[in-house]
Design a protein around this ligand. Structure first.
Ligand code: GAL
Length: 991
């Protein structure tokens, strides 16, 4: 046994022997050999294992085989340990720079064949694109070096160690090392060689590195090339055939900036790329050049002279089976999906992605904030004592990280901002990183959210600031002090462009208020939009002991410390299904806005620089959701930032149906990311003639009764509904509870201006303590009248004096069954309410209610602060598809502003409901589910839900908003549901 490793494991330096300076990840025609594929593998529980395996002749026949790239914890069905999820917590003692002896260590070996011709190479380089966290390399038994910086590329010169014919490479990877202290991002800890390993020939006369910096000004492109090559590489030729560029450089002195005429600029909207090559006699490098100028002018962030609004997402590399192993097809599909949902920007949270992702970002068109692999959030636990960001011992590692980040990806036009990292406190090492970037790449601004006071960064950035606080940042008048800033620092920050590097935490059902953030961007030019947290859930595909597949989150792998489902906070579920929040996002950020004015509609183009010539505009009229007419709108091309008008068709309102006009902007031709006809933007206008609900018929003939009778399709026993349209029905009972969303479950930080902000207490806790999930009821009276039944119930919870009186009146009106429920709360209710509704139970009775068709808002779920994606129409769904499969079961499926609903069993229509508006014109929403809120609230995963024999229909007079409290602001007061009296009126008929 040797203990040679100990100095490396706790070494704050980034490793020994990797080539410096780092260089671009280039597409070269020099020979290379991919070492991806099966490697021999052995896992040891500690770092203290013999290094004999590195010897050339070591016998690895008894070892397992593992694919490279992969994470060992996602291979071998648990044989190599399990993933660990933590957000901020370090899953090891905070004892920097040391890590525990329990340190899973993977030893890898493989043979490879070096062709004889490679002997002519100048050098042979071994490149690792990503290894977590610290690794050490030997070739043919010769120690080559070591490196840390998990999501960064490292190259080693192996020329003297390799030989023609058979060779063997051995790699030792430690899960934990000093580097783990600076890689504390909120994600799974996933050790292993998880990106490509490649052997590269560096030819004599080859090109070490190229940087084609570009600019764009008034139709002219600027190229500012930088080449790293020794004198044997010259002459070099730069070619951009499409632009007629052919420049021969005889020596390094010739490599100078040049102007190129008739160039189309690159933007996220029109990602114009030109193929370029730089060649020597022995090597050709292929690049794709995009011309664009990034600039900060005053407090504006501009590309090609136009202000950029970031409609962005935070993107992690996450795949349910592969973890952070890159899959190009999957990534490509993800980016296409982003484009379809009007996402125009990506923050590569919180590390550089696989380098190919940036090729795709250039090609599809995204504004990219490229973030360095750095986070030390766990030091928060110890008051930031010993934080590496302010400790000179870590300076070299910090500089190494940012250099590897910038050098690898510097050629990409999509990257418009460099970000130093995330949640690493603050300190001189971060300032040093920023200084290095400024010297190396003067054009692209530096971002780092943790520099609250703006001491060393160019952009003012915050995460999760409330709408009100964000607005204050955009405004000068009040001169409010900004977060963590003195008055003068606040003034300094207000001179910079502002970005929300994270906002709208999309955990579970939510977020609310996306539209309010968006509105700010158009009111205050300093505010440049932001990046939703986050693009996708990081669930890991697992199976229960009985073989049911599910997406695992923190705690599902018996981790010692973990952060539960905080890793399931994407707008996309783990299985790529967009949640309603992504649809909401798309609607809120649509680049084309419509304003109706009489017979015309104003069409505003909010894009950065693209006009509307790629779009077609169409309209349709619906009566109660049924299309009756449609056509195209005649719209002339609207330039970016401009607006135009279109005549609306003549719309005649139907006398007996709601009449709605819908207009849409759709793609006129297919793009790389969507087919022709794809909807980019939409708006609706209500032409309906107002038809007030029938007045409540006054009755004077009430008299006590036993409550056993039939009224139209309803049968009552003892005052309770027993059957509807011949089917057994239970309820309706008052329902004030919803299965808490992740936002509802999140404790208040006590500083928000919301209702119920007791520090450390969540809404859900208040609801449970008030007994909203366990209401009981006592019947006070039953009365009969001609064609009518009235009951009065007092509903309350154990150990509570507060109650709700519920008066239910069943009657026949115009031959139809009507139910009117008056919900009247007593005083003394403390918290906001999740909902005010009534719930029916519809037992299966051999014919389960399994489908719904409705006229109202749809097609997806909606809540008071997330209504923008919903449109008025007629929709149908199976009961399963009405709810979203959030990783942790919770409230889902509410459809707002219901007009009519038909419940069906298979092909058979069972029951029809018409929802009448209340006195204020408000309509209820509905939820149809196989489980009650109480059942859903108990399950951590969908597979824990009990078998169901009943469908449950809840008609809600109101629902509480969603908010974003899981990480950020609570439901805005205007969408918070305070206890209040409400009326629900339904007409029911048999199907
Ligand atoms: C932020 C952090 C993200 C993520 C998010 C909550 O503070 O930067 O990495 O943890 O909160 O999901």
């Amino acid at each position: 046994m040797t203990s040679e490793l100990s100095p490396l494991l706790s070494d704050t330096a980034p490793g020994r022997g990797a080539l410096r300076p780092a260089r671009s990840w280039l597409h070269s025609d020099a020979p290379s050999l991919s070492l991806n594929g099966p490697w021999r593998f052995r896992l040891s529980p500690t770092a203290w294992v013999s290094q004999d395996f590195a010897a050339e002749g070591f016998d690895d026949q008894q070892w397992d085989s593992i694919p490279v790239p992969s994470h060992w914890v996602l291979q071998g069905d648990g044989a190599y340990g399990r993933p660990i999820y933590t957000n901020i917590q370090f899953p090891f003692p905070i004892d920097p720079p040391h890590v525990p002896d329990e340190n899973p260590t993977g030893d890898y070996r493989r043979h490879f064949h070096v062709p004889a011709e490679w002997s002519a190479a100048d050098r042979i380089v071994l490149r690792f694109d990503g290894v977590e966290s610290l690794f050490r390399v030997w070739v043919n038994g010769v120690e080559i070096g070591s490196a840390s910086g998990s999501r960064l590329a490292h190259e080693f010169d192996v020329t003297s160690a390799v030989r023609p014919g058979d060779n063997v490479v051995a790699v030792r990877v430690h899960q934990w090392s000093a580097a783990s202290y600076v890689e504390d991002q909120d994600q799974w800890w996933l050790p292993g060689i998880f990106r490509d390993v490649t052997l590269l020939v560096r030819p004599v006369g080859g090109i070490e590195d190229v940087w084609l910096r570009t600019g764009f000004d008034n139709g002219q492109g600027r190229l500012d090339p930088e080449v790293v090559a020794d004198s044997t590489a010259f002459p070099l030729t730069l070619r951009i055939p499409e632009l007629g560029v052919e420049q021969v450089w005889s020596s390094a002195a010739d490599v100078k900036p040049l102007m190129v005429a008739d160039v189309q600029p690159w933007s996220a909207e029109q990602p114009r790329l030109y193929d370029a090559t730089v060649s020597s006699a022995t090597e050709r490098i292929a690049l794709r050049v995009g011309f664009r100028t990034v600039e900060i002018r005053g407090d504006q962030f501009l590309v090609n002279g136009h202000r950029v609004v970031f409609h962005g997402v935070n993107r992690h590399e996450a795949h349910p089976e592969r973890g952070r192993v890159f899959d190009e097809e999957h990534a490509r599909e993800d980016l296409a999906r982003m484009k379809r949902f009007n996402v125009n920007a990506i923050r590569t949270s919180h590390y550089p992605p696989h380098p190919r992702l940036l090729d795709l970002a250039d090609e599809f068109g995204f504004w990219v904030v490229l973030e360095c692999d750095l986070e030390t959030h766990g030091f928060d636990k110890v008051g930031w004592a010993g934080n590496p960001s302010d400790d000179p011992a870590w300076r070299e590692a910090y500089l190494d990280r940012i250099q590897r980040t910038v050098e690898r990806d510097k050629n990409h036009p999509s990257i418009v901002i460099w970000s130093l990292g995330n949640e690493a406190g603050t300190g001189s090492n971060l300032a040093a990183m920023s200084a290095w970037v400024h010297a190396r790449d003067a054009e692209r601004p530096v971002h780092y959210e943790g520099d609250y006071t703006g001491d060393y960064t160019d952009i003012y950035s915050r995460m999760y600031s409330s709408v009100a606080e964000t607005e204050e940042i955009g405004t000068d008048g009040a001169r409010t002090k900004l977060f963590n800033c003195t008055p003068s620092q606040s003034i300094r920050q207000r001179t910079k462009p502002f970005l929300l590097c994270e906002y709208a935490h999309a955990m579970g059902n939510g977020p609310g208020a996306l539209d309010e953030y968006e509105a700010l961007v158009h009111r205050h030019p300093r505010l440049h939009g932001g990046f939703v947290w986050e693009w996708r859930d990081h669930g890991i595909l697992a199976t229960t002991p009985d073989g049911t597949p599910y997406y695992a989150y923190g705690g599902d792998f018996a981790e010692v410390v973990h952060d539960g489902n905080f890793v399931m906070d994407g707008m996309l579920l783990s299985n790529d299904v967009p949640t309603p929040s992504l649809h909401e996002y798309k609607a809120v950020t649509q680049p084309i806005r419509f304003t109706f004015d009489d017979e015309k509609v104003a069409i505003s183009n909010l894009r950065h620089s693209a006009d509307t010539s790629d779009l077609r505009f169409r309209w349709r009229v619906e009566h109660d959701g049924t299309p009756v007419a449609s056509g195209d709108l005649d719209v002339s091309v609207v330039t970016a930032g401009g607006s135009g008008w279109a005549e609306l068709p003549h719309v005649a309102a139907a006398p007996d149906a709601e009449t709605w006009l819908t207009i849409e902007a759709v793609l006129a031709a297919a793009t790389a990311w969507a087919p022709e006809g794809h909807r980019v933007a939409t708006a609706q206008l209500d032409y309906s003639v107002s038809r007030p609900a029938p007045a409540v018929r006054p009755r004077k003939d009430w008299h006590p009764g036993d409550g056993t009778l039939a009224l139209g399709i309803a049968e009552f026993v003892g005052g309770s509904l027993a059957r509807l349209a011949g089917r057994v029905v239970t309820g309706p009972r008052l329902e004030l509870f919803r299965a808490p969303t992740d936002n509802d479950e999140s404790p208040s930080d006590g500083i928000e201006g919301s209702d119920d902000s007791t520090p450390g207490v969540s809404h859900a806790e208040l609801w449970r303590s008030e007994g909203l999930d366990r209401l009981t009821s006592r019947r006070l009276s039953v009365a009969h009248a001609a064609d009518a039944l009235r009951t009065l119930d007092k509903v309350s919870a154990a150990n509570s004096g507060a109650y709700v009186m519920v008066e239910s009146v069943w009657s026949l009106e115009d031959g139809e069954l009507e139910l009117r429920v008056e919900i009247e709360p007593s005083s003394g209710w403390g918290s906001v309410w999740p909902r005010i509704g009534i719930r029916f139970g519809l037992p299966d009775d051999n014919a389960p209610i399994d489908g719904a068709e409705w006229f109202g808002l749809g097609p997806l779920e909606s809540y008071p602060d997330s209504l923008r994606a919903a449109r008025m129409g007629r929709f149908a769904s199976t009961i399963e598809d009405l709810a979203v499969d959030y990783a942790r079961p919770q409230e889902s499926g509410h459809r707002s502003q219901l007009r009519r609903l038909t419940l069906s069993s298979g092909e058979t229509e069972v029951l029809r409901l018409e929802a009448l508006p209340d006195l204020y014109g408000r309509r209820p929403g509905y939820t149809l589910s196989r489980h009650t809120p109480q059942q859903i609230a108990k399950a951590r995963h969908a597979f824990e839900l009990p078998e169901s024999t009943t469908s449950h229909l809840t008609i809600d007079a109101a629902q509480h908003g969603l908010g974003s409290r899981a990480c950020g602001p609570d439901v805005q007061p205007e969408f918070a549901l305070r206890p209040q009296a409400r009326t629900i009126r339904l007409r029911l008929t048999a199907g």
